[in-house]
Design a protein around this ligand. Structure first.
Ligand code: ATP
Length: 350
């Protein structure tokens, strides 16, 4: 991180209304130089609107946008040192891949030889050195995605904004591109701001995440902080499976009032004689009936209706079990057990 200009982006009191809809309802946020930062939230939470205000496509109703310490709130997109990669990649269909990548340089009147060299370097950087002469229609989705990245990176912007850049790709390719995108970001050291509604994508790639809910930031933190210490019940449910113990159920199982989040993979499912075994020190134990069993190949998800009220989801690795074994547990009595330290008290449970 540059010690003089550590902040790539600062948003202060940022708001945007469309008529009566308050799309962004007061966002304060700082993103450091070189950070891979994600705006994560459900559809309509305001992520894209925040990104468009950073890019300059949308004037804020109130508040300011600073880039590298400079107030750019009133500047046009081209006057800001940012580049946006859209979900549909917005490639020019009549141009070759190389011309697409070189286009921004042409607009800035970079001489022909230099822009071709830089375009080739950028294509090489995303693993497409051989595809320069093709047209976008002759590429796969993943290749098009990489061309869009090369076109953004060739401009060497200080900040790259990515709006659901992997949304159009199938699951396997998306997972591969997540790893590649993260590696590329580390290599170029540019600040990336990614908009996504996919919690796994945000957890995989980001240094930090802001979870948006109804135009406001519900929590900002590292992936581990967001996942393991959710600040609100909304975050606990949106990032991972909503597994909350509340009210009387929490008092019975945890022994204290409050709302607690327990992650499904921390819960052991004990069936048969194991369910009747003695309690273990420092563990929470509760009993219930399995209402649903979902076999996922490497793991199985159990939904358990608790005798104490409410229900919990538990995720078990299929170490020695088969799909027949786990299916047989539907309707059976089980005990659920997990270590006390996995009862995380949700600070703002509203
Ligand atoms: P998605 O994941 O579906 O893209 P999002 O979190 O990016 O959602 P935004 O696109 O920022 O959400 O939209 C936030 C709210 O603002 C929504 O209620 C949306 O309908 C509204 N909105 C966004 N753009 C406009 C617009 N140009 N005119 C009117 N309303 C808009």
């Amino acid at each position: 991180m540059n010690p003089v200009e550590g902040k790539a982006i600062r948003l202060s009191g940022l708001r945007k209304s469309f008529g009566r809809t308050e799309a962004v309802a007061g966002v304060d946020l700082e993103i450091a130089d070189g950070e891979f930062f994600s705006l994560l939230g459900p559809s309509g939470s305001g992520k894209t609107t925040v990104l468009r205000m950073i890019a300059g496509f949308e004037p804020p109703t109130a508040g300011t946008v600073e880039l590298a310490g400079r107030d750019v709130t009133r500047l046009a997109p081209f006057e800001r040192d940012v580049h946006t990669v859209f979900q549909d990649y917005a490639l020019f269909p009549h141009m070759t891949v190389e011309q697409n990548v070189a286009y921004g340089l042409k607009v800035r009147r970079v001489p022909r030889a230099a822009r071709l060299r830089q375009a080739r370097e950028a294509l090489d950087g995303v693993g497409l050195a051989d595809l320069g002469p093709r047209r976008p229609a002759q590429l796969s989705g993943g290749q098009r995605q990489r061309v869009a990245l090369a076109r953004a990176l060739v401009d060497r912007p200080r900040v790259l904004l990515l709006d659901e850049p992997l949304g159009a790709l199938d699951l396997k390719l998306r997972e591969r591109m997540q790893v590649e995108l993260k590696a590329l970001q580390r290599e170029v050291g540019i600040t990336f701001v990614l908009v996504t509604h996919d919690q796994e994508e945000a957890l995989t790639m980001s240094d930090r995440i802001a979870v948006l809910h109804e135009g406001r930031i519900a929590q900002v933190g590292t992936p581990a902080e967001i996942y393991e210490r959710p600040a609100t019940a909304f975050v606990a449910g949106f990032v991972g499976t909503s597994n909350l113990l509340t009210g009387a159920t929490a008092e019975k199982i945890v022994g204290r009032a409050g709302t607690y989040s327990v992650r499904p993979e921390k819960i052991r499912v004990l069936s048969g004689t194991a369910a009747d075994g003695p309690p273990e020190p420092d563990h929470s134990t509760t009993t219930g009936t399995v209402t649903e069993v979902v076999y996922l190949g490497d793991t199985t998800r159990f939904l358990v209706g608790l005798d104490a009220g409410g229900r919990l989801t538990a995720l078990q690795q299929n170490l020695e079990t088969s799909s027949e074994d786990v299916a047989a547990l539907r309707g059976s009595r089980v005990a659920l057990r997990w270590h006390h330290r996995h009862n995380f008290r949700v600070p703002d449970a509203n």
